[in-house]
Design a binder for this molecule. Structure first.
Ligand SMILES: [Zn+2]
Length: 360
């Protein structure tokens, strides 16, 4: 492309596709809508770079483009337990559940992960799902490295060490990979082993997160978490462990599970949650090595992470009572009638007592 020429627009490139197919016959082997999606993807990345300030779109070399999007279908591509895809024909799939009546298959994305292929099917159905409204028993959830999570009810979950236990195995495989001749058959075999292990770690982590999220929903009607930006934390000293635990991903999953199970979810201000007394509101300074919260003002003693959970819960309750969120009327009817009136921290004890009574 000459230096002075303007960057081609999406339409330019889409129109250039038929000619490109003549010059590069291999393109003809790919369904045309899938090719168009690749161009759209490039321009989305380009606009993200120019308008939103994302990074410069990265060039994808061979093997880095891992998915194909089939954007529309005239009729449902699901035939029995196979997918009917243009130019690929019938592909046998492990169909996890039948498509429910009335749902229309909008698009199918084929994704390669490690040594296997996945099909992600998007469905469309006209339905209005109401957002969960605040009601019932609230919990505050504090997540950290010492304990994976601590709730205001005193539930403690130890951190999973998938990455740590699988790390030595990963290290070994990566060392083997680094000693192989690039682009050789043995290199490819070793690469797949590394990718498979990463895939296993991802799946184990996700499974753990979903189980924890459901366990939280089993015991609560409202879940509050901190609004921390974990990507910033991951740049710090414990970066690897924070990424290993996948805090950000966990919060997203909790949010989703809450929505699905009609439990209210909200994030609260994270500032100083570990330095405050949940009983009297006094500031109790403690560094990471101090694991017990012991208040010199009111004598309240508990696990430091549970104390953080209590603070998060209290902030959450204060938030829904001041936010003017829809559904607050129902909360009041459920027994939080005075939550909106009492904002002082000294009243938090009575508030807690009331909460306990409404449980169940
Ligand atoms: Zn105190």
């Amino acid at each position: 492309m000459p230096a002075g020429e303007r960057f081609p627009t999406e339409v330019n490139q889409l129109n250039a596709l038929p000619d490109a197919k003549k010059n590069f016959p291999r393109l003809g082997g790919v369904p045309s809508q899938v090719l168009q999606q690749a161009i759209k993807q490039l321009h989305r990345a380009w606009e993200g770079f120019q308008k939103i300030g994302h990074g410069f779109p990265r060039f994808k070399k061979f093997g880095q483009f891992k998915s194909l999007l089939f954007p529309q279908f005239k009729q449902s591509p699901i035939v029995g337990t196979s997918l009917l895809l243009p130019k690929l024909g019938l592909v046998k799939v492990n169909l996890h559940r039948p498509i429910p009546d009335g749902f229309v298959v909008k698009q199918v994305r084929i994704i390669k992960k490690a040594d296997r292929w996945y099909a992600s099917i998007s469905l469309q159905y006209d339905v209005k799902v109401s957002e969960p409204i605040p009601h019932g028993h609230p919990i505050g959830v504090d997540i950290g490295l010492e304990k994976f999570l601590a709730t205001s009810d005193g539930v403690l979950v130890k951190p999973p060490k998938f990455f740590k236990s699988l790390q030595s195995e990963l290290k070994l495989l990566q060392r083997r990979l680094s000693r192989k001749q690039k682009r050789s058959k043995n290199y490819e075999k070793a690469r797949i082993k590394v990718a498979s292990l990463h895939h296993t770690i991802d799946n184990t982590r996700k499974d753990f997160h979903f189980k924890q999220a459901h366990a939280l929903c089993d015991n609560a009607d409202m879940v509050f978490m901190e609004d921390l930006d974990y990507t910033v934390m991951a740049k710090g000293m414990f970066g690897k462990h924070i990424l290993d635990a996948g805090f950000g991903a966990f919060r997203t999953i909790v949010k989703y599970v809450c929505w699905k199970r009609d439990k209210f979810f909200s994030e609260v201000n994270a500032r100083g949650t570990s330095q405050e007394c949940p009983e009297c509101g006094a500031t109790v300074k403690k560094d990471l090595s101090v694991r017990v919260h012991s208040c010199p003002e009111c004598g309240f003693v508990c696990d430091r992470d549970v104390a953080s959970g209590l603070i998060i819960r209290n902030r959450g309750i204060a938030l829904i009572s001041t936010d003017g969120q829809s559904g607050i009327q129902k909360v009041c009817a459920d027994g939080y009638a005075y939550v909106g009136e009492t904002q002082s921290r000294s009243k938090s004890k009575t508030r807690k007592g009331k909460t306990r009574k409404t449980k169940g």
